[in-house]
Design a protein around this ligand. Structure first.
Ligand SMILES: *Cc1c(COP(=O)(O)O)cnc(C)c1O
Length: 635
């Protein structure tokens, strides 16, 4: 076996750059997760998965590390705190967690409980999210900010909640909303706490650039802000306005875009203060990005800045403009969702062992007795025998041409199935040999890079891309993917990852590599009887809720894990994934009805002696078990 060190794996998968010091590889060659970036404590993911399987929890399993989540909240707040100290900023910072990023009750509860010490709040954007927010806020007084379009019911709910003591800020997204708010406030006699969302002309970058700028869906233009101020003044409600909000999109990849937005937003704040609006909070929205591929670039799966840089810029720019304009500095709110939750969850699943080498016909003998071969196939064989580094390029071209020729001849009826199979076999032998030669030539000539693709092997993983990492499909976002084990061995296969849906889009062909995006995921050749697991990392933001039920693959099993000094880890909760009957229920099938139908039908077959009574009861049992079982693949 070739020598291979753990450090080479760290480099190959670019772990140091995307892992935020939360992941490492142990001496056994297994990947480990740490509760926070500075902690020596760790959980061996492969050992954890083996333990979970012993507990009959089947893959795919979503692992949720609550300590990691807490660590992220603590670290974002720590970074802002020191930026405030460094810049002598005279007011406070507060995070509001936008729950659309991950509404899972246990997740929001954990954020609320742990975040209390940092005065964390919740941001909601719809009626169900509002209700979720109120439910979590009950008892601990967590503040809530309401964005999104609002109807009468939404506004009235907020008004009455305000009346009984909830700290809720109703953000005006549109002028017509303000009319409704004023009307309902008069009718109920309840004064809301108001925020105003502005439409900046500054835009973000990346996939969500159009969340900002003149065409943005939300927010008031400058003339509308003036109108809002007049309307509120007229009805004696101007004092209700406490917050100014903007949001220029998620995953802002370039720091200079953030600066531009901060400058414009703070200017608007200052001008509104001068007009006598008593704004106390400047809410800079989300956008703080995550470096999914570790490239530290402005490519959209990355960001060209750190959280530290972000916090410093926010504090510095706001202070600077306020001083220049001669207005008081506001308390600062950021609605950082992605950066808070992306790291806390990992999906792990098994790779199906598809190594069928032992079933393949052995064509080796044709290498010695080639008399009966078709001329095209014979030429391929000659290339295979003679190829060397000097004939490389020419041989590669010839091979491509010959393999096309073989297909054409076959279609015209001039080549037998056996000959075409031999051609296919020779082709893959040539490519492998070529690869052996090319690997020693550095840099690899550009036109020869493509043939690498011919070497790529599809590994089938037991999961649905549409359910678990929908952004990989929808917007080509990169997520780090790695094997959980054997990281002390050189990966010898260049793979792509296919999921188990019947959709040809359910395949991942772009990966986080050592020097950026690559078309291969290096994996190990799976041994006979080996259980081989891979992990999908940084999937805590948006993926869990955006996931859909393509092919009726449902929610995966989820396990909540905390670190424990004595036992290594503790399992807090296991949330069972959807059973087949639950997936079917979404589309209006009913388990008991299905069973009844099939049973009635079976009895007819029993009567006709097409099937025995034993077989028929076995069939019903099987169907029953399937309905109650997991939607993903078992044994
Ligand atoms: C989606 C959204 C966020 C979250 O943005 P992230 O980039 O995930 O931090 C914050 N605020 C508003 C208004 C949003 O719509």
């Amino acid at each position: 076996m070739e020598r291979w060190s753990i450090n080479e794996s760290v480099k190959l998968y670019n772990m140091d750059n995307w892992g935020a010091d939360l992941f490492s590889i142990n001496k056994k060659g297994n990947i480990c997760v740490h509760p926070s970036s500075s902690s020596k404590q760790s959980i061996d993911l492969r050992a954890l998965v083996d333990d979970l399987i012993k507990r009959k929890i089947k893959p795919p399993i979503l692992l949720r590390f609550m300590d990691v989540l807490q660590g992220r909240i603590a670290s974002i707040n720590r970074v802002f705190k020191s930026a405030i100290q460094e810049n002598d900023y005279p007011a406070k910072y507060q995070t509001f967690f936008p729950i659309k990023v991950n509404q899972q009750r246990q997740v929001v509860e954990a954020i609320a409980n742990f975040g209390k010490r940092y005065n964390i709040g919740l941001e909601v954007g719809s009626k169900p999210e509002l209700v979720a927010g109120i439910s979590i806020s009950t008892g601990n007084g967590l503040p809530i900010i309401c964005n999104g379009y609002k109807d009468t019911e939404y506004i009235e709910t907020v008004l009455y909640a305000t009346k009984i003591g909830y700290d809720i800020t109703l953000v005006v997204e549109k002028l017509f909303e303000l009319e409704k708010i004023i009307e309902l406030s008069k009718k109920t006699g309840i004064q809301p706490k108001l925020g105003i969302r502005v439409k900046l002309s500054s835009k973000g970058t990346g996939k969500w650039a159009t969340s900002g700028g003149e065409d943005a869906k939300f927010g008031l233009r400058m003339s509308e802000i003036i109108a809002a101020i007049r309307m509120l003044e007229e009805h004696g409600l101007l004092d209700c306005v406490k917050l100014l909000h903007f949001h220029i999109g998620s995953q802002i990849t370039k720091i200079d875009k953030i600066k531009t937005a901060l400058i414009e937003g703070t200017r608007i704040y200052a001008e509104m203060r001068k007009l006598g609006v008593g704004i106390e909070f400047l809410d800079i929205g989300g956008g703080l990005g995550v470096d999914y591929d570790g490239s530290k670039s402005s490519y959209f799966s990355s960001v060209n800045y750190t959280v530290e840089e972000y916090a410093n810029d926010v504090i510095y720019q706001i202070k600077n403009i306020c001083e220049e304009a001669g207005v008081e500095c506001p308390n600062i709110i950021s609605e950082s969702g992605r950066a808070t939750v992306a790291h806390y969850s990992v999906l792990i699943t098994n790779v199906l062992n598809t190594n069928t080498q032992h079933l393949m016909p052995d064509f080796e003998e044709i290498l010695t007795q080639a008399e009966n071969l078709a001329p095209t196939v014979k030429k391929l064989m000659d290339i295979y025998k003679s190829i060397d580094r000097y004939s490389l390029r020419e041989d590669y071209h010839d091979t491509m041409q010959l393999i096309n020729e073989a297909v054409s001849l076959f279609n015209l009826g001039y080549l037998t199935l056996n000959d075409r199979a031999i051609a296919e076999w020779l082709y893959s032998k040539i490519i492998k040999k070529l690869n052996g030669i090319v690997e020693k030539i550095k840099p690899i000539p550009e036109e020869l890079q493509n043939f690498h693709l011919a070497l790529r092997q599809t590994y089938f993983a037991n999961f649905s891309l549409f359910q678990s990492i929908p952004d990989s499909w929808a917007i080509d976002q990169l997520f780090p993917i790695m094997p959980l084990q054997r990281l002390n061995q050189k990966p010898d296969v260049m793979a792509s990852i296919a999921d188990i849906t019947c959709d040809s889009d359910g395949e991942i062909t772009s990966f986080v590599g050592e020097t950026g995006r690559t078309k291969f995921l290096p994996l190990h050749r799976i041994r006979k009887e080996e259980d081989y697991f891979i992990g999908f990392f940084l999937i805590g933001a948006y993926q869990e809720i955006l996931g859909d039920m393509h092919n009726l693959f449902g929610d995966t099993n989820a396990v909540h894990i905390t670190f424990n000094k004595k036992t290594g880890y503790l399992i807090d909760t296991v949330i069972n994934g959807d059973a087949c009957w639950e997936s079917l229920k979404y589309v209006q099938y009913k388990g008991p009805e299905i069973l009844k139908h099939v049973r009635d039908n079976l009895e007819k077959s029993v009567a006709l002696r097409k099937i025995s009574i034993e077989e028929s009861s076995h069939f019903i049992e099987l169907l029953d078990r399937t309905l109650l079982g997991y939607t993903y693949l078992g044994e």
